[in-house]
Design a protein around this ligand. Structure first.
Ligand SMILES: [Zn+2]
Length: 322
């Protein structure tokens, strides 16, 4: 076996898996307030941007060679129906227009959910007893998707985990003349402790209860394939598995079960653990990040959503053989 590992040239020749900057999708947080960016304390290097600081951030991301951003909005106010999510002049539609004006070639994916916008912090409407309502939530998600499409989003990414939302959103987009807007569905989204730092960033921690009645049980792999099959039948164009690192078997199983492009979402907790250990000098950040990404690709991910995207894209360019 060692004959194939003897020199860098031979190792390059036999390498089975590659990560390219265009495989990476960079999440971006935009907050509805004046002023400059504010750092997210639990995610070193990640900021809550504003419409003022957004063009600079988008330029940085695009110049690194990244082709797509995933946009999350943080509204100025919240209410029980999450109306900020589908306001045509809400923070996300305004941010989409800003990004498209600054970098028209960059693909904009708009996350669709209610949790950043609802006063209770759940991903759907909630009844008097605290139950998250499924079918009643779908029209609100659809309105949000249409608002983002109208603002110029290339894709919408429903992350709420309500049943039937891909079909509802597809129907609404088609009815409003947005048949060419794709749906990147968070099909297998697990109820994970790894989302902790994101909730800091997006201000979306539920006020009561947890998300286990709609997000998946981390113990279930076969159920993930049922979710994928349902979303595929409903018209999804991409399938997301989230989180990534502790769920590589899920990524692999999904990649074998569908011909749609599979996206691994390497979540905030995965990012923060690497950053914290690197800050302590306990790991080599660059090598660990690139190794994690290659692991996700090897498992079957076609693309990876990661907060490391701008750094990783630069490192990948540096590693290209001269
Ligand atoms: Zn949500």
């Amino acid at each position: 076996m060692r004959r194939l590992r003897r020199t860098a040239a031979i190792r390059d020749m036999v390498r089975e898996t590659h990560v390219r900057p265009e495989d990476l999708i960079c999440p971006v947080f935009v907050e509805d307030r004046p002023g400059g960016p504010v750092p997210v304390e639990s995610m070193p290097g990640v900021f809550r941007h504003t419409l003022e600081s957004l063009p600079g951030e988008i330029g940085r991301v695009a110049d690194a060679g990244i082709r797509a951003v995933l946009l999350f909005g943080i509204p100025a106010g919240k209410d029980c129906e999450g109306s900020g999510a589908y306001d045509p002049d809400g923070i996300v539609p305004r941010a989409i227009r800003e990004i498209k004006a600054a970098r028209p070639g960059l693909a904009v994916i708009a996350d669709v959910c209610l949790c950043e916008y609802t006063s209770h912090g759940h991903c759907g409407l909630v009844d008097g007893g605290g139950t998250v309502l499924n079918d009643e939530t779908l029209p609100f998600l659809s309105r949000a998707a249409v608002a983002y499409a109208a603002a110029g989003a290339d894709m919408v990414a429903p992350s709420d985990m309500m049943d039937g939302r891909v079909a509802a959103i597809r129907l609404a987009l088609d009815a409003e003349g947005f048949a060419d807007v794709a749906i990147m569905s968070y099909s297998a989204k697990f109820a994970s402790a790894y989302y902790g730092p994101f909730r800091d960033a997006a201000g979306s921690t539920p006020r009561f209860g947890d998300r286990r009645s709609y997000q998946m049980d981390p113990a279930n792999g076969r159920e993930a394939l049922r979710e994928v099959a349902a979303d595929e039948a409903e018209g999804a164009d991409f399938i997301i598995a989230k989180p990534a690192a502790a769920y590589l078997d899920i990524v692999r199983d999904i990649a074998r079960s569908t011909n749609l492009p599979v996206v691994a979402y390497s979540v905030s907790g995965e990012y923060s653990m690497v950053k914290a250990a690197a800050a302590k000098g306990w790991i080599d950040e660059r090598r660990v990040v690139l190794e994690n990404l290659i692991g996700m690709k090897r498992a079957g991910a076609r693309m990876i959503i990661t907060y490391h995207a701008p750094d990783a894209a630069r490192w990948l360019k540096e590693e290209e053989p001269q």
